[in-house]
Design a protein around this ligand. Sequence first.
Ligand code: PMP
Length: 407
Amino acid sequence: LSAEQLTSLRQQFPALHQEVNGKPLIYLDNGATTHKPNAVINALVDYYQQHNSNVHRGAHTLSDRATEYFENARKTVQCFLNAAKPEEIVWTKGTTESINLVAATWGRSNIKSGDRILVSAMEHHANIVPWQVLCEQTGAELQPIPVLENGELDMVAFESLLTPDVKLVSVVHVSNALGTINPVADIIRLAHTNGSKVLIDGAQAVAHWDIDVQALDADFYAFSGHKLFGPTGIGVLYGKEALLNAMPPYQTGGEMIEHVSFAKTTYNGLPYKFEAGTPNIAGAIGLAAAVDYLNGLDRVALAAHEDALLARANERAAEIGGIRIIGNAAHKASVFGFILEGAHPADVGTLLDQQGIAVRTGHHCAMPIMEQFKVPGTVRASFTFYNTLEEVDALFKGLEKAKMFLL
Ligand code: PMP
């Protein structure tokens, strides 16, 4: 990206232009959540100012309009993921709820004692604990696919773990802790050959490149709006129509029913069967605005810029020394997790914050992989397209200061 292109991109994100602790904000915590472009903020304001109404209750014009925007938002996300049908897009409140939905519905009707579920050892807790609970309830067994020293998935071990009792493989597309891009197409192909279903946690992937769920042949794909420049409180579960149709409902109440009587209740069709209660209408519209915004950009150029940011971080780290990078996979997204040797990650984070630099520190909700690397946590700088090479340089200047202070 040229300097002019970056400047005009950054102008779309009002939150970037502020001072924190007396210094210009350098926001390198995009893995936790991204900032929102004006297109998203304006869509939310416009919805509440002009169209606010409950959906699918259409006795009046505003309600019809809200319903139309809400369902168009679903189609926008359908196209974004290249799903075959809008009915395959279920609104949730985020990745966590999407995975819990599959565990609670598909899981309880398909997993039984003696079955096995494979996740990777680099999963976020959101893709561990729902399966652990399901296994406790059903007598199935949860097994981690090992991760190699460089942060890549051990595909040889995966193939040997993949026996006929494996009913589900649930893996992260991009690790939030290590940045590793997992070979999900291969994982899905191998799992399908074995007769296993596959869920992909796409929370950290969607912000970096376009996803095609049909090309991947994913059975389920989950992500959160807030990590894709959209609002918090909205997320997506993609599921293949036949699978979703066969699953029992998740939460129950209004919207998800077809007919209710005290004798028997029948359920609504897809996707409403999984959307009990008034949905996050504004959130869905805001998320669609984020997708439209991204569709208007050259995402290949943005990804190349992110690669350049990561490459610069690697160079600077080698220059200043004393930095142990956690996660050295050959294919990595722009996630830079590290330890400053001799310093606690939390102290490093505090000193960076004093310089206006926002990073995340800690275990990143991925305690098992932190344990494997024998670290209490890491400092994580996660870059996105609106970050600049100068910001990466500033991170390392900040680290040099932190080093002087702490070591
Ligand atoms: N999976 C991964 C890989 C994540 O990075 C996150 C968010 N840190 C989640 C799942 C959970 O997402 P959410 O909190 O938005 O539900």
